[in-house]
Design a protein around this ligand. Structure first.
Ligand SMILES: C[S@@+](CC[C@H](N)C(=O)[O-])C[C@H]1O[C@@H](n2cnc3c(N)ncnc32)[C@H](O)[C@@H]1O
Length: 342
């Protein structure tokens, strides 16, 4: 069993943590959390968890933990095998240093770099390894949380460009009220959708969620009450030519499908996208009661709505139980509350 450090990015940390746990579950990886920091977890896993982490939108990187300790510490023990392998093969390397946590390291940056960054460099330089900042064979990550450091070999790090390419503004058909791609991916991940599952978004709009589920290898089904939305989603999915999908027109409160194994959706908030005259709470309640018949027992449904709508109350008497509640503050007047239901 190896010790891994997962480093969460961005300002939506609770969402980042929950997304990671959901992906580990979806990929059937047994793990045990050893330590939780403000922006990372250290965990033990039975297999290399690459399949789980590479589908996470809010993860910065996965690191094979080599050493940790106080930054003032003189002797830092680093797993020998990496050094030996590097020496033998003369691999090039670079070191990244990031400060994390609310209480940033007290020392000024140059001093930290002198104390720790240069320590790591000198450690590897002593071994006569080439430094290559542009295209290194080994990338080391140093995280600093207060006076504690974590040093590890980067096994995977997020490619932000991949998400940027699918942002709503880059799609052939833009619809107002579309979620950013990383948010859509995170909500799809919270549904624990697996490769080969049937995935449903019954308020699909421009198709952001079904696109992400298709990228994960699911058979993606989207539906929307608005004919224009159906056309828009079709255009968008065609552009990325990803996987299998089907998009139909229908009302989420009455639509029927064969069984699906995962649902994630973003119903209208009556701000940018319309509820067609219904109260947000009534629309969501009726949709939940309807799709209860469609979702396989024991599987997950994820939806988001403004926190001021009290979504936990909307869920009462729908047949679902609330597993997780995550708040994400988007701006002054909108906090999205994301509910994971079973
Ligand atoms: C917030 S948008 C979805 C955006 C989408 N998640 C995205 O990121 O592109 C909500 C969608 O719900 C649709 N809608 C409203 N009432 C509906 C209903 N009763 N049944 C199905 N769709 C409905 C609207 O037409 C709109 O496209």
């Amino acid at each position: 069993m190896s010790l891994y450090l997962a480093y969460i990015r961005g300002k939506f940390l609770p969402l980042g943590f929950e997304e990671l746990y959901a992906c580990l579950e979806a990929e059937n990886i047994n793990y045990e959390i050893k330590k939780k920091g403000t922006q990372f977890i250290i965990f033990e896993a039975d297999i290399l968890p690459i399949k789980a982490v590479q589908r996470c939108a809010f993860l910065h990187s996965l690191v094979d933990l080599l050493a940790e300790g106080e930054i003032e510490e003189e002797s830092i023990k680093i797993k020998k095998e990496y050094i030996m392998e590097s020496v033998l093969e003369k691999k090039s390397f670079c070191v990244r240093l990031s400060k994390i946590g609310e209480k940033k390291v007290k020392l000024a940056t140059p001093e930290i770099e002198k104390q720790l960054g240069s320590f790591v460099y000198s450690k590897f330089k002593d071994l006569d390894l080439p430094v290559n900042l542009k295209n290194p064979e080994y990338r080391f990550q140093v995280l600093l949380q207060e006076n504690h450091f974590f040093l590890g070999l980067i096994l995977w790090s997020v490619d932000r460009e991949e998400y940027n390419e699918r942002e709503p503004s880059k799609r052939p058909s833009f619809r107002p009220g579309s979620m950013k791609t990383d948010f859509a991916r995170a909500l799809v991940n919270l549904s624990r959708v697996k490769k080969g599952d049937n995935f449903l978004d019954p308020f699909c709009g421009g198709g952001g969620f079904i696109l992400e589920a298709a990228f994960l290898g699911a058979f993606s089904i989207g539906s929307d009450i608005d004919h224009e939305a159906v056309l828009s989603a079709e255009k968008n999915l065609r552009k990325y030519k990803q996987g299998f999908y089907s998009i139909v027109k229908g009302d989420s409160r009455s639509i029927t499908f064969r069984k699906v194994q995962a649902i994630a959706t973003d119903p209208p908030y009556a701000i940018q996208s319309s509820t067609k005259g219904l109260k947000v709470a009534d629309l969501i309640h009726d949709f939940l009661r309807n799709v209860r018949q469609i979702l396989n027992p024991g599987r997950y449904l994820v939806f988001s709505c403004p926190s001021k709508q009290n979504p936990e109350e909307i869920v009462l008497n729908t047949g679902f139980t609330v597993e997780t509640v995550i708040d994400a503050r988007i701006h002054k007047s909108l906090t999205r509350r994301i509910l994971v239901l079973k």
